[in-house]
Design a protein around this ligand. Structure first.
Ligand SMILES: [Zn+2]
Length: 426
């Protein structure tokens, strides 16, 4: 009797603390979203440097395109978060989960798996109109997409299938760990996530990427010779340069550096090779070599692993405060907590964006700097950023807040300014 009363009081205090924490998280996200919308609607005056390279039509077109894309992804985010909050606060998540447990004859892991599939499908459903609009309709309206509706569906279903499978396995592992290690599952979850991130980075270029695109090794020719020369200058053994058939989906050009150890490689979009000058392609390759030389993938992985541990520790704390009566040591967490966990994921991933993006932007600045050292051609670097911004309709000079919150690369005008500055002393 006494013990029961004591527990209730402690639980009550925990719950009060939990409400304050949830309120704080929700309030912060709401504040950032309000500022985000405000600065999207009221863009700042464009720096004068921009007018040396872009027309007002370039600036306007990019702003309009980005406005559509950003509002679409913001609405998808709000729809998903709203759905999860509703399921949680209305008690429907708990009711659904206990219904599924009953139907599955109280088989815990089967019920958890089924409940996960249900929530996953609901989230997919509310996000679908926005996904379809931004990745198919808008891309066609703006002349980027080269894809038929059928091929879009094939991509969508393939990506969804992979997501369902991988996140389903992750969810079941997570719930299993909460029962096996009631007080230290956060450490186990952090370790499993770390292991998976390393494996995924290693396998991505050879297993996952080929499911969506065809890759061919760069053929002998002037581009290949340029790559070999650049890699010698950089002191890197770059054996793997692949060309990806990006043009079967989009007219947007790009390139990336990916993989780990034996799967490390530079990937160039075929439309980059087709539409950009040899000097611009050289600047791109040199930039990717910059990422390679500075070990950015390994550094990014380490940051991701640290972030994963921090995330799970916070999740552990907030779940214990939020659902004290439902957590029984030695038993896995009740399946309906999945919804609470997903709300937390939504809020924390939004709030963590500025950190991740700041780290990423720093790497991009570094890679641009290495590229300039390697090529010594700042004119080409400037032309490349102008060309990419114009063709891909990147917003050239967004509000500093928008850049801080959402840009994984510095805004185009900043990269142009840096390229001009790098050469000052030469
Ligand atoms: Zn980069």
């Amino acid at each position: 009797m006494f013990r029961g009363k004591f527990m209730t009081e402690r639980m009550g205090k925990g719950l009060a603390k939990a409400s304050i924490l949830w309120g704080l998280l929700l309030g912060l996200v709401a504040l950032l979203i309000a500022l985000y919308i405000l600065f999207l609607i009221l863009p700042p005056p464009v720096p004068s440097l921009v007018w040396q390279y872009f027309t007002s039509l370039d600036v306007e077109r990019a702003r309009r395109y980005q406005m559509v894309m950003r509002f679409s992804s913001l609405l998808a985010y709000l729809a998903k978060t709203g759905l999860l909050l509703w399921l949680w606060w209305s008690g429907r998540a708990a009711a659904l989960a206990s219904g599924i447990l009953r139907l599955s004859g109280q088989r815990y892991f089967l019920a958890t798996g089924l409940f996960f599939i249900l929530i996953w499908a609901l989230l997919k459903g509310v996000a679908f109109p926005f996904s379809f609009y931004s990745s198919f309709i808008v891309q066609h309206l703006w002349g980027f997409s080269t894809q038929t509706l059928a091929s879009w569906w094939v991509d969508y279903l393939k990506a969804s299938g992979i997501d369902l499978l991988l996140s389903g396995i992750g969810t079941l592992l997570f719930f299993w760990a909460t029962g096996r290690w009631p007080f230290s599952w956060w450490a186990v979850a952090g370790l499993i996530l770390a292991f998976w991130m390393v494996v995924e980075t290693f396998l991505w270029p050879v297993v996952l990427a080929p499911l969506f695109n065809r890759f061919e090794p760069l053929k002998e020719g002037p581009v290949k010779s340029m790559v070999v020369e650049l890699s010698q200058r950089a002191g890197l053994e770059v054996k793997e340069v692949w060309v990806m058939d990006a043009s079967r989906r989009t007219t947007k050009a790009n390139a990336y550096f990916t993989g780990l150890g034996k799967t490390k490689r530079i990937v160039l979009y075929d439309n980059l090779l087709r539409d950009y000058s040899p000097e611009e392609v050289e600047a791109v390759v040199a930039h990717e070599m910059g990422h390679w030389k500075k070990g950015h993938i390994v550094k990014g992985l380490l940051w991701g692993i640290v972030g994963g541990f921090i995330f799970f520790i916070l999740l552990y704390g907030i779940l214990r405060l939020t659902a004290p009566g439902e957590i029984v040591p030695g038993q896995p967490y009740p399946p309906h907590l999945l919804v609470v966990i997903l709300v937390f994921v939504q809020l924390i991933s939004f709030l963590a964006q500025p950190v991740g993006n700041a780290l990423s932007r720093r790497q991009e600045v570094e890679a641009d700097r290495v590229a300039l050292e390697l090529t010594g051609n700042r004119q080409a670097m400037v032309e490349l950023h102008v060309h990419l911004a114009r063709r891909n309709l990147q917003e050239i000079a967004p509000h500093a807040f928008i850049e801080w919150l959402t840009y994984s690369h510095p805004a185009p005008w900043r990269r142009i300014k840096d390229a001009l500055k790098e050469g000052e002393g030469e």
